[in-house]
Design a binder for this molecule. Structure first.
Ligand code: HEC
Ligand code: HEC
Length: 399
């Protein structure tokens, strides 16, 4: 407990209340100010501090992906960056990964559903902080970042290309071919389309692994606690602190949105996205498992560079799930990624909290008062930063 300091700050807030009280006599509206003034800064127990510390430090260090031999290699990152923005990767030459994953929009598109050659079934997730995740896609239909990166290239609604189309692009463009040789030590194979295609997935993954969101007000606060400093309203607002206490306590949010990236990476059914009375329901996880098992690009297959393949085998074998389950998303940089949920049918963070936490009925719904919900929204906002560290650079010539 940090009771001494919280008593001191309670006194501070009484003084603040007196000042606010005076102001609100003048303004004729004292009700909400009185409410605010009485709500002191929370004090955190040792058990609570332990959970708060588990949401950091940020950024986390994650080693290279063993299934991708070019993971972390500067030449691979450079080729992956070029290809991510290159519309020639698509069958029609008019779409790129960046059509839906827009850097300035925290690598999403702010649409309910992504639109490539046609509209897809789901909301476009951010590409921030993907390194080291176990499953990719809302339903976890891919078990590596490189195999996830191959799916949109083939999908008729996204880039609508073929392995042959991609391999020919790499063979025939002198700059791409030169970069490919730098990364893989040999030019693109003139006959083996699929190997060239998979290697494109691997350099795209190497690029995406570099996307990490910046440090936020929450991270400052968490690190101050880790250093043994007392919480202070000067550095982290009282509503944010109250919201944090609800997040890790009554709200039960940390159960699923756990760890430094605020996701366990697992799959759950929640009341967030409304079921549509008409139309086919999205099965979520069971369909994702079916796809990952069938994929020739999964971690059991010959394209994985992880010689042991043990980790992949275990993952795929043990995977299980029920209808309507989706991957727990990260909560970092939420302010930049509306609308929310796999179906993109929730417009604001406040509405997410109302649906996800307000009714007290569905999973993850503890029944919070309007005031508690507001505090929770302030806390969630403190997990965002507007400094997007990523800037496109002109790639140097390859020769
Ligand atoms: C039409 C819009 C669109 C295009 C184009 C697109 N994506 Fe996506 N991306 C999505 C959507 C929607 C999802 C969620 C897919 C799902 O759950 O089925 C997604 C998911 C992902 C994920 C998984 C993220 C996570 O949190 O699990 C990665 C990685 C990704 N895309 C990378 C790429 C790359 C690389 C390209 C280019 C080769 C690309 N995307 C092209 C819309 C798009
Ligand atoms: C049982 C696990 C679970 C609990 C508990 C839980 N969540 Fe979630 N959360 C999820 C899942 C799964 C999704 C994605 C649901 C979907 O797309 O349909 C999600 C989605 C979200 C989103 C939308 C993010 C985005 O990018 O679309 C926010 C915000 C959120 N949760 C906040 C919270 C808060 C705040 C709490 C506590 C009141 C909470 N969650 C409790 C599992 C959980």
């Amino acid at each position: 407990m940090i009771s001494a300091t919280s008593r001191a700050s309670l006194d501070m807030s009484r003084i603040a209340f007196a000042v606010v009280g005076f102001a609100c006599v003048v303004l004729w509206s004292c009700v909400s100010a009185a409410d605010e003034g009485l709500a002191a800064e929370p004090s955190f127990s040792d058990a609570e501090i332990k959970i708060i510390l588990s949401h950091g430090p940020w950024p986390t260090r994650v080693g290279p992906d063993p299934s991708n031999r070019v993971s972390g290699k500067p030449d691979a990152i450079e080729l992956g960056t070029v290809l991510f923005f290159d519309q020639r990767l698509s069958g029609s030459g008019t779409k790129a990964c960046a059509t839906c994953h827009v850097p300035e929009r925290n690598w999403t598109d702010n649409l309910p559903h992504g639109v490539g050659m046609a509209q897809v079934d789901r909301n476009t997730p951010t590409l921030m902080n993907l390194r080291g995740q176990r499953w990719y896609g809302w339903d976890g239909a891919a078990d590596s970042l490189w195999s996830q990166s191959l799916r949109p290239i083939l999908d008729a609604r996204e880039l609508a290309a073929t392995p042959r189309h991609v391999a020919n692009l790499l063979r025939n463009d002198e700059q791409l071919s030169c970069r490919y040789r730098r990364v893989f030590g040999a030019p693109p194979s003139p006959i083996d389309d699929e190997t060239v295609f998979v290697n494109v997935g691997k350099v795209l993954a190497a690029f995406q692994e570099t996307l990490v969101s910046g440090r936020t007000p929450f991270d400052q606060f968490r690190d101050a606690l880790a250093r043994g400093e007392s919480p202070s309203a000067q550095t982290y607002s009282t509503p944010a602190q109250r919201g944090l206490q609800i997040f890790i306590g009554k709200g039960g949010c940390s159960r699923c949105h756990s760890g430094a990236n605020f996701t366990s990476g697992e799959f759950f059914k929640t009341g967030l996205s409304r079921e549509k009375p008409l139309g086919k329901p999205d099965p979520g996880r069971p369909e994702g498992i079916r796809q990952v098992r069938e994929s020739r690009f999964n971690l059991l297959g010959s394209y994985s560079d992880d010689a042991s393949r043990a980790a992949g085998a275990q993952r795929v074998a043990l995977a299980s799930g029920s209808d309507g389950e989706f991957k727990v998303p990260t909560l970092r940089n939420l302010m930049l990624t509306a609308p929310y949920g796999h179906d993109g049918d929730v417009d604001t963070i406040a509405e997410v909290v109302r649906r996800h936490a307000g009714d007290g009925q569905s999973a993850g719904s503890p029944g919070l008062t309007p005031r508690e919900q507001t505090d929770l929204v302030v806390f969630l906002e403190s997990l965002s930063t507007f400094s997007n560290p990523w800037r496109p650079e002109d790639a140097s010539r390859c020769d």
